[in-house]
Design a protein around this ligand. Sequence first.
Ligand code: FAD
Length: 284
Amino acid sequence: MYIRELFYKKKVVMSAEVFPPKKNGMLEGVIRALKEIKPLDPDYVSITYGASGSGGMTTADVASVVIDAFDMTAVAHMTAVNMTKDLLEERLGMLERKGVKSILTLRGDIVEDSRFYDFRHANELAKYIHDKYPSFELLGACYPEGHPEAASLDADLDMIKLKTECGVSHLVTQLFFDNATFYGFAEKAEKKGIKASVSAGIMPITSVQQVERIVSMCGVQIPTAFAKMCATYQGEDLYKAGIDYACGQIRDLIDNGVRGIHLYTMNKGDVAREVFTRFEGDRK
Ligand code: FAD
């Protein structure tokens, strides 16, 4: 099923993100996570694409496991970094054969060996796929605080609008810890005329190391209540507090009419279970 159809059918569309192994073939970790995620009945599972365009094979392999072994809907991430038209054609053929219908088109994280060939931005990748393979549904990323490289949130919103004009029909946000930022973003996106449905990206934080990594990678703002939580709790207590914080965000989002929630699970099936089970009633 296409993701956009889910928004006609479900009260709240709740999805989970997993990442494939860095090396081909070593799927045990992600399969363990999928075993825990399956009974939670997520509306779809998205599978990341390795930084610098690596790991396209493993993304497709995991997507195939999600579809065939677990009978769930898969969204495959795909990046413009290090991508040529020939490689893209090969990857799309592979995804099509594995039964993937929806692709999250991204520029990709930039690391040392990142190069750009035929595509520079996510919208270029989206346009190429949309024009040549219209049966694929396209998703894109958006940033409630504005993308860190954008001159302003307004300038970034212009680029997100462009993304939707290139075929992206659903947006998934970068993680955020302050719902007010998301509400402000959603209002501005609507004023810009961005019509795509949006899933709010939520990451339950369960360790101090995770906070440090996330802040350095995404540069996301840390609200006072969140900083206080990280300073107050440690170990098992922080694990519980982090899940409570994420669930508090989700409760507030759903109560304010947000219909898409995307959980960054980081392959932690136990965390996904803690969160999903609290919202079973909201999804029916
Ligand atoms: P773009 O849409 O290309 O935007 C990047 C910057 O360029 C922005 O500042 C934007 O305003 C600007 N811009 C956009 N289009 C144009 C244009 N046509 N001309 C000029 N400027 C433009 N990374 C991975 O490597 N693998 C993954 O699987 C992955 N999954 C992700 C999933 C989600 C939901 C999110 C939010 C991010 C994910 N990322 C992933 C990270 C993402 O690749 C980075 O955040 C990257 O920096 C930007 O990607 P993008 O698709 O938003 O890029």
